[in-house]
Design a protein around this ligand. Structure first.
Ligand SMILES: Cc1cc2nc3c(=O)[nH]c(=O)nc-3n(C[C@H](O)[C@H](O)[C@H](O)COP(=O)(O)OP(=O)(O)OC[C@H]3O[C@@H](n4cnc5c(N)ncnc54)[C@H](O)[C@@H]3O)c2cc1C
Ligand SMILES: Cc1ncc(C[n+]2csc(CCOP(=O)(O)OP(=O)(O)O)c2C)c(N)n1
Ligand SMILES: [Mg+2]
Length: 570
């Protein structure tokens, strides 16, 4: 039977198991929208195409499957750019489908013509223009395979309007992907494996650096067995959070710029680092010249290009994390490392007294308290989707995730405006989950239009705005490094609770610590989405902090009395 290209696209997406598409229509994609209306696919109308890409990304991160976003040509497609780059930097499998002007008009500066494959070339894993209806099914199949194999990433498929309109025979089984033959994998080099085993069994001060790749690989069980086999301490990158339970005594917490002080010291003192599915981002290493100088390094990583990119390693093990860990497992010997244990305990003790949680209630509402209370009230079971800034770091420090894919955050690009739309995507992926947005007053104002999407789709997503009246993370840098010259960081915001009401969402405001728990509890109990505007201490800072470019052990620590540090007016 003959179908139009647009119908073929919809049927292909159904064949691929797609249920939800996040998108926004326009002229060049209209034939697809017409076909969508007749399909089983659920289209979620967003308020801005950036939101569509973040929703597809949030969907992908919550499940490990592919998220799909759609837009028209020209401005629709360019609005997707930030979301595509966000997915690229965090290896998230997103497929973006854009409409394009008719193939005969290509290159003529036609209305809403833009070379979106040219624009997104450096921020997609793969992109392609399709000009014939006959190629649509195969191309979409290829897009899904490329997006979610090896190291995942975003793929953009740009389909000309005439390709959407033309009719052709549709045969799903005949539309087999024509991908270049898989590069023959040499497999893990036996000598490198032996070297790694020797390093693992002889280390006196080993430490695991656990990254996002563990979740991508689905290696959580193998990782758990590996950790216990060697009784290794685990530290996590921001994107690795959730790959190993925070409640486990072997889990030391997050590393890096705003990581736990004891973790950063442990990295500098370790004699062996075992990096699993992480890419030694500069937020993680600090000054490379002084990074972990006493440690040998094993790097388990699927992308060969990451090996020796930032940090030279002694034993690279290129492959899927789960496969590599399973290969190593039978060879791991458990060792008593008493001196290393007591050293870690000593470093932890020093940090505990500085922890804001240990301070008496002074009547000030601290973001760290709000997030810690959110953790307790949700039993640590929520999917928390954060934006970018101080609140993001406090979430990483004070919400203790025990399960994979329950912290969704933009790490590599650090995209403000990510949280609200990504949470909507996560909710579609996990409709039964308790989904919370943790967002700053700045980032929320970037994509708050998506509140309307929540209302139109009748979904429940709770929103905690950590409202400090500042672009807080930038203010913190100005406080530390620019002599408190707060240029362009004090931030006027609307009355967020009233704004929520205007959208048809319940809005609350909390100014006192005593009201935090009850308000969170009520929000959870409510059938509808609730937005809570937490008015927190304006000039608190995230500690510890490794200044950009400094050595990992050169951290600015929280002063013993934070009020001296934070309550003074500028
Ligand atoms: C304001 C701000 C502050 C930040 N501060 C910190 C901080 O203090 N600490 C911190 O850790 N981060 C911090 N980040 C995040 C940081 O920028 C990076 O995004 C993060 O460190 C990257 O973590 P990752 O390497 O685990 O994940 P990714 O960047 O996603 O890398 C994953 C790696 O795993 C590999 N991989 C993928 N699949 C597999 C597989 N199947 N098997 C094996 N390997 C695989 C990939 O090739 C890639 O190399 C901050 C971000 C922001 C915005
Ligand atoms: C799109 C975008 N623009 C600018 C930045 C730089 N930036 C990083 S954090 C930050 C401040 C965020 O402020 P807010 O959302 O209020 O969160 P807070 O730090 O106060 O918790 C800014 C401007 C960014 N990360 N993303
Ligand atoms: Mg703020």
């Amino acid at each position: 039977m003959k179908l139009t290209g647009a119908e073929i696209l919809c049927q292909s997406l159904e064949h691929l198991g797609v249920k939800h598409i996040f998108g926004y229509p326009g002229g060049a994609i209209l034939p697809v929208y017409d076909a969508l209306g007749k399909s089983k696919l659920h289209h979620i109308l967003v308020r801005h195409e950036q939101g569509a890409t973040h929703m597809a990304d949030g969907y992908a991160r919550a499940t490990g499957g592919v998220g799909v976003a759609m837009a028209t040509s020209g401005p629709g497609a360019t609005n997707m750019v930030t979301g595509i780059a966000t997915a690229m930097l965090d290896s998230s499998p997103v497929v973006c489908i854009t409409g394009q002007v008719g193939s005969k008009l290509l290159g003529s500066d036609a209305f809403q013509e833009i070379d979106i494959t040219g624009i997104t070339m450096p921020i997609t894993k793969h992109n392609v223009v399709v000009t014939r209806a006959e190629d649509i099914a195969r191309t979409i199949r290829e897009a899904f395979i490329i997006a979610n194999s090896g190291r995942p990433g975003p793929v953009l498929v740009d389909i000309t309007k005439d390709a959407q309109q033309a009719a052709t025979e549709f045969d799903w089984n005949a539309a087999t992907p024509k991908l270049p033959p898989k590069r023959v994998r040499a497999g893990i080099d036996k000598s490198e494996l032996d070297r790694a085993i020797e390093l693992l069994n002889s280390a006196k001060r080993p430490l695991i650096l656990a990254g996002h790749g563990i979740m991508i690989s689905g290696a959580m069980q193998a990782f758990d067995r590996f950790v216990r086999a060697g009784d290794f301490y685990v530290s996590m990158t921001l994107l690795g959070i959730g790959c190993f339970p925070a409640s486990d005594p072997l889990n030391l917490g997050m590393m890096g710029m705003h990581g736990e002080a004891w973790v950063n010291h442990a990295i500098q003192e370790a004699d062996l680092l075992i990096a699993v599915g992480m890419r030694f981002d500069d937020r993680v290493t600090g000054d490379l010249r002084t990074y972990a100088k006493s440690a040998r390094k094993i790097h388990i990583e699927i992308d060969r290009a990451e090996i020796n990119k930032n940090v030279p390693v002694d034993a690279p093990l290129v492959g899927d994390a789960r496969e590599v860990l399973e290969r190593l497992l039978p060879h791991i010997e458990k060792k008593e490392r008493t001196a290393w244990r007591s050293r870690i305990a000593e470093m932890k003790g020093d940090s505990a007294v500085r922890d804001i949680q240990s301070l008496p209630d002074t009547g000030h509402l601290y973001a760290a308290h709000v997030i810690n209370d959110l953790w307790k009230e949700t039993n640590g079971d929520a999917i928390v989707v954060t934006d970018v800034g101080q609140h993001q770091m406090w979430e990483a420090q004070y919400y203790h995730h025990n399960n994979p894919r329950t912290l969704i955050t933009s790490g590599g690009l650090g995209t403000m405006g990510f949280a609200l739309p990504a949470a909507i995507g996560a909710k579609f992926a996990k409709p039964d989950a308790d989904v919370w947005v943790v967002v700053g007053d700045g980032g929320f104002q970037m994509t708050m239009c998506e509140l309307a999407t929540i209302v139109q789709e009748k979904i429940k997503v709770n929103i905690a705005i950590i409202n400090n009246g500042f672009l807080g993370m930038v203010r913190q840098w100005q406080e530390f490094f620019y002599d408190k010259r707060y240029v362009a960081t004090p931030l006027v915001a609307p009355d967020f609770a009233a704004l929520a009401n205007a959208f048809g969402i319940r809005g609350e405001r909390v100014t006192a610590r005593g009201d935090v728990n009850s308000t969170i509890r009520a929000a959870r109990a409510s059938k509808e989405s609730v937005l809570i505007d937490f008015r927190v201490e304006q000039e608190d800072s995230v500690y510890p902090m490794v200044p950009a470019g400094a050595s990992l052990h050169e951290m600015i620590r929280r002063p013993h009395n934070p009020l001296v540090e934070t309550a003074a007016e500028p």
